[in-house]
Design a protein around this ligand. Structure first.
Ligand code: ZN
Length: 242
C-alpha cells in the first residue's frame, strides 16, 4: 500500500470519528430540546389552569349578583302584591313571585356547583404547580449536564481537528481534493476495500484490470477509483499476501 493511501485511510478513520461525535452532539442537543418542550408544555398547562381560576372568580361574582337580583325582584313583587285589591292581579303576581323564586333557587344551585368546581380547580393548580417545579428542576439539571457534555465534545473535536490538520499536511493536494469531493457525496465511506473483485462502496463487480492496478500500486502512482461510484479502492496487505 502506498503512503498516500495510508494517510488517506488515517484521514478517513479520523473523519468517521468526527462524524460520529458530531452525531452524538446533535442527539444530545435534540434530546434536551425535547425535554425543554415537555417543560414548556407543562408550564403552559399550568398557566391555563391559573387563567381558568381567574375566570371562575368572575363567574362566581356573576352568580352571586344573579341571586341578589332575584331577591330584589321577589321583594319588589311581594310589595306590589300587598297593595293590589283585585284577586286576578294578586294571582298573577303570585305566579311571577313563584317564577322568581325558582330562578333564585337555580342560581343558588349553580353557585354551589361552581364553588365545588373552584375548590377542585384550586387543588389541581396546587398539584400542577409542584409538578411543574419538579419538571423545571429536572430540566435545569439536565441542561447543566448537557453543558458539561458539550464542552467535552467540543474539546474532543478540537483535538481531532488538530490531528486532522497534521495528516492533511502530508497528503498531495490533488488526492486531498479527490478525497474532499468524495467526502461531500460519500462520507463516511470514501476509501473502500476491493475484496472479491467487488467495490466495497457500491458493490459493483470490478474489472480484472482494476484489481491488477490496485495490486501493483506503487508510491507516486495515481490512485485507483471505482468506475461506478468514484470511491478510492484498496486491498489490505494481508489480502495481497494470500
Ligand atoms: Zn463503487
Amino acid at each position: 500500500m502506498n503512503n498516500t493511501l495510508k494517510r488517506l485511510l488515517d484521514l478517513q478513520n479520523l473523519d468517521k470519528e468526527i462524524i460520529e461525535i458530531q452525531r452524538e452532539r446533535n442527539n444530545i442537543i435534540e434530546k434536551l430540546r425535547g425535554e425543554q418542550m415537555a417543560y414548556q408544555q407543562a408550564a403552559d398547562n399550568q398557566l391555563s389552569l391559573k387563567e381558568n381560576k381567574n375566570e371562575m372568580e368572575v363567574l362566581k361574582k356573576k352568580l352571586e349578583l344573579d341571586i341578589e337580583d332575584a331577591d330584589l325582584k321577589i321583594k319588589h313583587l311581594e310589595e306590589n302584591q300587598a297593595l293590589v285589591k283585585k284577586n286576578k292581579e294578586y294571582q298573577a303576581l303570585s305566579k311571577e313571585i313563584k317564577e322568581a323564586q325558582e330562578a333564585k333557587e337555580k342560581a343558588k344551585e349553580a353557585l354551589e356547583n361552581h364553588i365545588k368546581q373552584t375548590e377542585e380547580n384550586a387543588v389541581d393548580v396546587e398539584k400542577g404547580k409542584s409538578q411543574v417545579d419538579e419538571i423545571k428542576n429536572d430540566f435545569l439539571k439536565k441542561a447543566d449536564d448537557v453543558k458539561v457534555q458539550l464542552l467535552e465534545i467540543q474539546g474532543k473535536i478540537k483535538r481531532y481537528r488538530s490531528i486532522r490538520n497534521d495528516i492533511i499536511q502530508n497528503i498531495n493536494e490533488k488526492y486531498l481534493s479527490l478525497y474532499n469531493n468524495l467526502y461531500e457525496k460519500r462520507a463516511p465511506k470514501i476509501i473502500v476495500q476491493a475484496n472479491n473483485s467487488m467495490c466495497g462502496g457500491c458493490h459493483i463487480s470490478l474489472p480484472a484490470q482494476i484489481i491488477a492496478d490496485i495490486m501493483s500500486l506503487k508510491e507516486g502512482d495515481a490512485l485507483v477509483t471505482c468506475e461506478n461510484c468514484g470511491r478510492i479502492l484498496y486491498i489490505e496487505e494481508a489480502a495481497l499476501a494470500e
